[in-house]
Design a protein around this ligand. Sequence first.
Ligand code: ADE
Ligand code: ZN
Length: 347
Amino acid sequence: MSAISNTLSPALQRLITQMPKAELHIHIEGSLEPELIFELAKRNQVNLPFDDVASLKNAYAFKDLQSFLDIYYAGASVLLKEEDFYDMAYAYLQKAVGDGVVYAEIFFDPQTHTERGIPIQTVIQGLVRATQDGATYLGIESKLIMCFLRHLSQDSALETLKAAEPYLEHLIGVGLDSSEVGHPPEKFTDVFARARKLGLKAVAHAGEEGPPAYIWSVLDQLKVLRIDHGVQAIHDQSLIARLAKERIPLTVCPLSNLKLCVYDDLSLHPIKRLLDLGLCVTINSDDPAYFGGYINDNYLHTFQALQLKASDAIAFAKCSFEASFMQESQKNLWYAKIEQHALAHGF
Ligand code: ADE
Ligand code: ZN
C-alpha cells in the first residue's frame, strides 16, 4: 500500500504496531508474494501467464472479489511440493511476528490444490511443519482452518473433509470461502454439520459482497461461531442486535474491502460503527500479498482514514483474542498484556 499521509501521533503508531494481537482472517495462499510466486515457478518449472514480477503486480487491479480470485488461483498454481507450502507459510509467520502477531488462525484452501492433483497430505504436512517451526523459532502460535470453496459442490466439500480426517488433530476448524454472490451458504449445511460432529469449529465468509441474508444463513444453517468479513451486517438492524447480543465476532479486513471495491474509500468503512454498536470486531489482512499490506498496514490505514484513537486500538486487539479459539485462561493473559502495553506507551 502506498505511504499514508500520516496524521497519527508517533505514540499511537507505536501502540498499534507493537501491540500484541491475534490474526484470525488470513488465507495462506493470499500471503504468496509475487517474488515467491516467481521463485516457486522457477523451482517447479511452472509456466506463468506473466513475464515477470512487475507485470504480475500490474495485474493486481481488481474490480470485485471474482476478478481477484481469478488471479489468486493462478498464483497458487506454483505450489506443488510440501516444501512450497512450508516456505509460503513460514514467510507469512515471519511477517506476522514483525507486526506483533502472537497467535494466528490460518485459512487454507485444499481444493485449490487437490483439484490440480496435489495430495492433501502434501498441503497439510507443509503447513503443519511451518506452524511448528513458527512456534519453535519465532515464538508465534498458529492453528489451521480448512476452507471449502463455495463455488464447488457440497459433495466436493464432503470428499475434502473425508480426505482430511487422518489429519484432524492438526485442524482447529473449517471455513467457507471463494465466490460469494450466487453461492448461498445453505448448500453446505451437511458438510458443516459433519465437521462440527468431528469436533471442528465452524466459521464462514459471509456479507463481504453478499447480502445480510447470507450472514443469517451461516449463523442458523452452518452454526458458525464467527463471521469472516460480515460488513454488510451494517444494513440489517436486527442482525446487528443479534451479533452484539451473542458476541459473534466479525473478522474484518479493511484493505481487502478497499481493493475489492466494497468501499470506494476507507473513510466510508463501517468498522468503527460496528465496534460502537457493541460488536466484537477484529482487524485482519485477508490476502496481504494482493491487497497491499499485512495486519499493521490494515490497522494504520484504517486508523488514519477514520481518525481512530488509542482506545479503539486496545478494543480491536482485545477483540482479536476474544474472537479466537484459544483457551479462556490464555485470553485473559493477553487482555492483561494489552493493558500493560497501553500503559507502557502512555495510554
Ligand atoms: N479467498 C481468498 N480471499 C478471499 C476473500 N476475500 N473472499 C472470499 N474468498 C477468498
Ligand atoms: Zn477472506
